[in-house]
Design a protein around this ligand. Structure first.
Ligand SMILES: [Zn+2]
Length: 379
């Protein structure tokens, strides 16, 4: 396990790349952004807007998939106010959406948008979460498919020329494989999250393909033939970032999780991923599988945005990463209908035993590594 010399990202993230001097690609891209000709990008964006308006005859100009969170608030308001586009928002509500998530969607819509609300079959949703927890130790994997796919499905069906996405994960976390690091968001299904984006991956537990229509990422050829374009806004917005998007969106009415406690939520930012508690469980599992959770991500963003030193980040990661309140685990177990000791039995199977060892006294997994310090897993 090696850590980036600049941020606190470890090389245990699947498909992450580091350069020869031990800097992760997310930090390298941040460095590169300093020498970008932003005036040129602004002109390029203006051309995209005029291209879009020529084609949107009788339809909306663009589709934006929103969760109502910090990034989608920036996306929608930027597209409307700075690009002057007539936007169609699409929201696919997670089953068991939190009240804060519902509030934030409504807040964004009230800024003046047409919106389509998708509500996928909750029985299928629940079955998939349970299946994916057992199979991959990742309960949210299947839910990412429709969250991303519906924007593309909607654009195709309603002949809307442009899809506006937020950030390119290739750039944000430094995993370039399949994603590239430009503005082209037609390849979003090739990233680690969607693994190709084929609904057939989820024909399991008696679920049929017909029940997964919104889980299918449209055929690339079909999108090309329809002359649909999809862009990442982080390519065009100099100020784009985890924490700066939060600041922007809070000013525009974004609400936070009440009684937020980083020791229970395993994250510092009370405004992030608050529409579903399943993300909190997923970060706990990620921590045991790869030795890092969401605090590693958010402090690394803060370092790259110039808001935190690496030393401060290490302290916060040590304190909060991988933490998860028992109430979240209990709720999750009730949701997928398993006892709590079954949750830990399954989780134990996913724990990376090169990175963690069990404390014989407490029975809890404790890290063998020290945050920010390169560690030989074979020792
Ligand atoms: Zn880094």
């Amino acid at each position: 396990m090696k850590y980036c010399k600049r941020c606190v990202q470890p090389d245990t993230r699947p498909k992450i790349k580091f350069d020869q001097s031990g800097i992760c690609f997310a930090c390298k891209f941040t460095e590169e952004r300093k020498s970008v000709d932003w005036g040129k990008r602004e002109n390029d964006l203006r051309e995209i807007v005029s291209w879009t308006k020529k084609r949107s005859n009788g339809s909306h100009d663009c589709v934006i998939g929103i969760s109502g969170g910090k990034d989608s608030t920036v996306q929608a308001l930027f597209a409307k106010e700075k690009m002057g586009l007539n936007c169609l928002l699409v929201n696919l509500a997670p089953d068991g959406i939190t009240k804060w998530g519902a509030h934030n969607i409504e807040n964004l819509i009230q800024h003046g948008f047409d919106t389509m609300l998708y509500r996928p079959n909750p029985k299928v949703w629940k079955k998939l979460i349970r299946y994916s927890f057992y199979k991959y130790g990742n309960p949210v994997k299947p839910t990412e498919y429709p969250l991303w796919a519906v924007s593309y499905i909607t654009a195709l069906r309603h002949k809307i020329p442009l899809i506006v996405q937020g950030d390119n994960a290739g750039v944000t976390v430094g995993v370039t494989e399949g994603l590239g690091h430009d503005d082209n968001a037609l390849n979003v299904n090739l990233g680690n999250t969607l693994d190709g984006g084929n609904a057939s991956d989820w024909v399991v537990e008696g679920i049929t393909l017909k029940e997964l229509l919104w889980y299918q990422f449209p055929d690339k050829e079909e999108l090309r033939k329809a002359d649909i374009r999809a862009i990442y806004l982080d390519y065009y917005i100099k100020e784009w970032g985890h924490w700066s998007n939060t600041d922007f969106s809070v000013k525009r009415g974004l609400t936070k999780r009440e009684n937020h406690d980083p020791l229970l939520a395993g994250r510092m930012n009370p405004y992030c991923s608050i529409d579903s508690d399943a993300q909190i469980i997923n970060q706990l599992l990620k921590y045991y599988k790869f030795g890092f959770g969401f605090v590693t991500d958010e402090t690394s963003y803060a370092i790259r945005e110039g808001r935190m030193t690496r030393q401060e980040a290490i302290g916060l990661v040590e304190k909060y990463d991988g933490k998860c309140g028992e109430n979240y685990i209990k709720d999750f177990c009730e949701y997928i209908d398993i006892p709590i000791d079954e949750f830990w039995r399954v989780t134990d199977g996913f724990v990376n035993k090169r990175l963690f060892e069990k404390d014989p006294k407490t029975g809890k997994w404790i890290p063998r590594f020290k945050v920010g310090v390169d560690f030989n897993e074979k020792e």
